[in-house]
Design a protein around this ligand. Structure first.
Ligand SMILES: [Zn+2]
Length: 418
């Protein structure tokens, strides 16, 4: 590395960092939290539309080029970018989602869930950590390039997406668009205490349908009872968990695979009434299956098929099949040698003056889809306590928020200049 280049890039970094105003990042986070963006399918007004309008207006005012991607009615992705990807250059995405989960019972909160109150160095509110704080930090980091007139050597994309908390429609749409397809890497700004997370657990919600034959409870021999077969599936769940633990990789940053029954219904909702003297024709069971890296969709599918066949063998006449609710979301892992990881590790040292801390993501994120569909290297890193999302009294630490904005700016500069 030649000294003049180092000093010029250091100068650029200092210029960009100088344009990140801490108070403004706080106010931007609070403004986003104050716009409730809980998606409620039965209420056409309850979507991400309002917060999307806010983000779009903000990005246009800062001078970003903006693309509004209609994903579903009232649910647009807002994509802003600066710079362009010339041959040999890269495109980096700073990713955040605009939807938040329900506030639940507001009486459980010490602060109004959408009040964005500032107290003891924290911003309280639904979405403060998951993940309007991360989104605000990313917006501020990208805008700082424009404000400092530092043109990145490549394309820096800010993606504010819809529907992460439900079906991930926003990111599924993004990967089909031009701006999505030309990406080279992504930083997922989810709350991970600003650790650099290279591994993430995957999830499959496997819904089993067990078909038997309806009969009178007094004459069970006349029917085929799906509930007994459901029992067999439940009994086999711990053995499946053990097999997955043996097959999947161990990671010091991730909990091992788990197989957790979450729904049992017989008869399922909408298929006849539950009655004490009736053997239902149909039963359903959902297993929440979490995996670490090391298992593919077909291998996992084969394990679940085997579970069905074993229960069928034990209960003659019963037919069992299963389907993934909302598709497979496999575990992901990115190597430390990836340029985006190297860039972020250097950026943490440069902007925070400490060594990077490494971590793992307990659940799946929009990054899962970017990794699975586009093969992008992803690093999940953002402000907020990893355990606080979806709880009452959700908050984000102001100090972490500002650190995140600096990490994003430093990482983008480093990654794109290479
Ligand atoms: Zn999130």
């Amino acid at each position: 590395m030649s000294p003049p280049r180092l000093s010029s890039s250091r100068k650029a970094l200092d210029a960009v960092l100088a344009r990140i105003d801490g108070e403004e990042v706080v106010e931007l986070t609070r403004a986003l939290v104050r716009i409730p963006s809980v998606y409620r399918p039965d209420d056409p007004g309850a979507t991400e539309q309002q917060v999307a309008n806010f983000v779009e207006t903000w990005l246009r005012r800062e001078g970003f080029r903006v693309e509004v991607q209609p994903v579903a009615p009232g649910r647009p992705n807002i994509i802003g970018w600066l710079g362009e990807k010339r041959p040999g250059q890269r495109s980096l995405l700073l990713e955040g989602h605009m939807d938040v989960v329900t506030e639940g019972d507001a009486r459980q909160w010490s602060f109004p869930p959408f009040g964005a109150e500032l107290s003891d160095g924290r911003i309280y509110g639904r979405g403060a950590a998951d993940m309007k704080g991360g989104l605000a930090a990313a917006m501020a980091a990208a805008a700082a390039f424009l404000r400092a007139s530092v043109e990145p050597a490549g394309k820096l994309v800010l993606g504010a997406l819809v529907d992460e908390e439900d079906r991930m429609l926003g990111v599924r749409h993004l990967v089909t668009t031009e701006v999505g397809r030309e990406l080279d890497a992504a930083i997922i700004c989810e709350p991970e205490e600003n650790e650099l997370c290279l591994v993430q657990r995957g999830v499959v919600w496997a819904r089993f349908r067990v078909r038997g034959r309806m009969a009178h409870g007094a004459m069970p021999e006349a029917g085929i009872n799906p509930i007994s077969a459901l029992g067999s599936l439940l009994r086999e769940a711990p053995a499946l968990e053990r097999r997955l633990r043996n097959r999947c990789e161990r990671s010091r940053y991730l909990r091992p695979p788990t197989v957790t029954p979450t729904i049992v219904q017989a008869p399922p909702r909408g298929v006849g009434l539950p009655q004490s003297n009736v053997i239902p024709a149909l039963g359903e069971l959902t297993l929440d299956v979490r995996v670490t890296p090391g298992i593919g969709a077909s291998e996992l599918g084969a394990e679940l098929d085997a579970l069905c066949r074993a229960a069928e063998a034990r209960h003659p006449g019963v037919k069992i099949d299963w389907e993934p609710i909302n598709q497979f979301r496999l575990a992901t892992r990115v190597e430390r040698e990836e340029p985006i990881v190297q860039a972020m590790a250097i950026a943490v040292r440069q902007v925070l003056g400490r060594r990077p801390r490494w971590g793992g993501v307990p659940g799946s994120t929009d990054g899962t889809i970017l990794r699975m569909e586009l093969g992008l290297p992803i690093v999940t890193c953002g402000p907020g306590n990893r355990l606080i999302p979806h709880q009452a009294d959700e908050y984000v630490e102001v100090a972490e928020l500002l650190d995140a904005a600096r990490i994003y700016a430093g990482s983008a500069l480093k990654y794109l200049e290479a």
